[in-house]
Design a protein around this ligand. Structure first.
Ligand SMILES: Nc1ncnc2c1ncn2[C@@H]1O[C@H](COP(=O)(O)OP(=O)(O)OP(=O)(O)O)[C@@H](O)[C@H]1O
Ligand SMILES: [Mg+2]
Length: 328
């Protein structure tokens, strides 16, 4: 039993949240930099990619856990979400605040200005200690019921770029599968450790391969490049925002069109897609069905502000509407 959340069910998926965040959205009519601005409204949502993934999985009825770190001083909103969604909380509590990312929404121009914080600073000893604790917690969860570990999001300053690589190697050696969704140096390092699935978006893939990917052919070739080699992932999913996503295995490749839905917020669409990918793998769905379910998760999330999905039956109904075509 998880002492921090006695109502949580044994987790089938663990999302690793090394740099969670609270998202603060402030609405201002006509933002003026350098002046005193009177804001209209503020809302604070629990966020960070791994927490978003766990939240969407839980809404779909998949028991999830979060392992990582939280700042003690503003942990209450995370704890409330975890309790409400029966997500097992295996986070280490650190002194201070979890970072707060601010979105300034100008209701006149329609522009959003993002102010993203880096996260807490780790010295080498603290970084090693956090990694050790996360590995221990993952070890216990994997030994019991978890069969997937999701590594998503950025790393706070001071954590070495290879922490996702270390976690990938360790948990996959214990027989579970890793889905990786990050960018930059952590993506490059962890890919070399052979995660089962990787989900870059167009920009993350272009940055990884250090070349522009401005046509569908270039994107497909880039995805296939990731599938080559001995420790290559089994699945590569390249998400393309409103243009849908590519789903590639060594044998097959398909393209899924995005669903046309009334968009409330695009924040976390990729995280919902990651949750859908894992849900589909847990059900051992085909490539086409996986593309449909993952796209439906993303579309369902787009209609809501936070990392929340409608009832599973609604998500499955959306999946049936997703158009998937084979790529040769
Ligand atoms: N404007 C949109 N309209 C319809 N579907 C969208 C839109 N934006 C995103 N999606 C859906 O969400 C999926 C993932 O989106 P995207 O490629 O933007 O992920 P991402 O860049 O990883 O996002 P993030 O990391 O911010 O959550 C897309 O493949 C698509 O199915
Ligand atoms: Mg993303």
């Amino acid at each position: 039993m998880n002492p921090l959340n006695p109502f949580a069910e044994p987790a089938r998926v663990v999302a690793v949240a090394l740099n969670p965040a609270l998202d603060q959205t402030i609405e201002i009519a006509g933002l003026q930099p350098g002046a005193v601005n009177r804001a209209l409204r503020m809302q604070v949502d629990v966020g960070g990619k791994a927490v978003n993934v766990a939240s969407c999985l839980s809404d779909f009825g998949v028991n999830a856990a979060v392992a990582g770190q939280l700042g003690r001083d503003n942990a209450a909103l995370f704890e409330e979400l975890f309790q409400r969604k029966k997500i097992a909380n295996h986070c280490c509590y650190l002194d201070g605040l979890t970072r707060v990312n601010t979105k300034l929404v100008d209701t006149v121009s329609g522009d959003t200005t993002d102010l993203n914080m880096p996260g807490p600073e780790f010295d080498p000893a603290a970084a090693a200690d956090l990694l050790q604790q996360v590995l221990e917690r993952l070890g216990r969860l994997v030994e019991r019921t978890a069969s997937w570990v999701v590594l998503s999001g950025s790393l706070p300053p001071g954590l070495p770029a290879d922490v996702y690589a270390t976690i990938t190697a360790r948990v996959q050696a214990a027989g579970v599968s890793v889905l990786l969704d990050t960018s930059g140096a952590p993506l490059k390092a962890a890919l070399a450790a052979g995660p089962r699935i990787v989900k870059p978006n167009r920009h993350e893939l272009a940055e990884l391969l250090d070349r522009p990917l401005d046509s569908l052919e270039a994107l497909i070739a880039a995805g296939r490049e990731l599938l080559a080699g001995s420790l290559a992932p089994e699945w590569v999913v390249v998400s393309l925002g409103g243009d849908g996503a590519l789903f590639l295995t060594r044998e097959h490749a398909v393209q899924a069109q995005a669903l046309r839905v009334a968009v409330t917020s695009t924040v976390g669409a990729g995280d919902a897609m990651v949750a859908g990918l894992v849900a589909a793998r847990l059900e051992d769905l085909s490539l086409t069905e996986t593309a449909q379910l993952a796209t439906a998760f993303a579309a369902a999330k787009l209609t809501r502000l936070g990392p929340h999905l409608p009832r599973p039956a609604e998500v499955r109904a959306l999946a049936g509407q997703v158009v998937v075509s084979a790529i040769d």
